[in-house]
Design a protein around this ligand. Sequence first.
Ligand code: BGP
Length: 480
Amino acid sequence: MSVFPKNFLWGGAVAANQCEGAWDVDGKGPSVPDMCTNGNHTTPKWVTNHFHPDRLYPSHEAIDFYHHYEEDIALFAEMGFNVFRLSINWTRIFPTGEESEPNEAGLAFYDKVFDCCKRHGIEPLVTISHYEMPYALVEKYNGWEGRELIGCFENYYKTIFARYQDKVKYWLTFNEINAGTMPFGAALSTGTVRGFDGPIFELPDKPQERFQALHHQFVASAMCVKYAHEHYPQFKMGNMIAFGALYPLTCNPADLLLAQHSSRSMNWYCSDVQVRGEYPAYAPRMWKEMGVELKMEPGDLELLKEGTVDFYTFSYYMSNCVSAAPEAEGISGNVISFGKKNPYLKASDWGWQIDPEGLRWALNEIYDRYRIPLMVVENGLGAFDEKGEDGMVHDSYRIDYLRQHIQQMGEAVKDGVDLMGYTPWGCIDLVSASGGEMAKRYGFIYVNKFDDGTGDLSRERKESFFWYKKVISSNGEDLD
Ligand code: BGP
């Protein structure tokens, strides 16, 4: 007997900016990722303020989901997906974020995508803002640092809610909103990168800007949830957090306190606001120690209370250790791996420490804290894939990773966690968010597209495709 509920949502996840391409087609405007160059395993991507003619901008074509969505969704259906997490590209609907009328061609595209999902019996789960705000709003307001963004976002969600009210039921406001608590989040999430032109690692760390921007995102998210509850009672509104399981490296109480502090600032700060509807008790000291002074307007705190989410979603890839001892060995990796080496775990080629049991732990921690339904909306192994002699990618390493994580989700369900579904990341190969590369692949479906921009974009089933199909058809029981 499967431990997963009968109506469990099984599927996969993508983001518009990482898969669609067609960056300037049918009236779309440039977004922040459209201004980012490619990078690779060792060289960071750049965030640019103008196009460098000698550089490659991977979002411009990506895997061209814009023109391949029918084929791709048919492949998802073949695996048995009953949910597909995708995002709407804000700049297809409002190219600069401030038009008075939406771009009809952009709206029509998502009509076609949602209709296609429906034909295949797939429920869309839509992220309203997944790392792709209009670049024009960066230039004008320094992204979400500007309070004006709340109004721009309001026009955007009201437009898409009205248009897709009969096609979409599950919505997430901001992807990995807690990215804004970390320096790289300035480029990925808060858009506080006005004028910056350089490697993502060299972004200046400006907590004041990021935390002010986060406040605006919290208010915008709460307004959006409140509006949805009032006008579209059939909608289910979720948040989305990049959950990093953080362990004290040793039993030294100093490590324990540091782990608690880091987990608050990275994991709980944003979801405490979005689920409980208020800033946590530890927030004022955190702001003070970072030199942050938040500007709030009357009514903001009430709004946060009125716009709490119905379900909590998160990405989970790895765990990390923290240590108060500066000499403890760190882990190498890219922009979002940090912390200390866990001697009990192995890491991916990108330094992400693989920890399936950490997922069970995370699910229990989150559910104990909030007691609302949870969903794992990203999880997976970014790896170099090679085709075998038979022309197929035999990605047993990816199957192992996913199998172990699904087993641990099952344990969490047995522990009593209310888990709605699972959408592993990058169900079809796409551009990596942190590295801007194709070589870091997550998919069940291989896409012939490479870091130098070449490739005919053809799609091929990997071994994991057939494995995941079996997992879904057995409702998570058959993991062999
Ligand atoms: C999350 C993002 C995704 C995604 C994923 C994998 O942070 O929500 O957009 O890309 O991580 O990360 P990466 O692409 O850097 O491997």
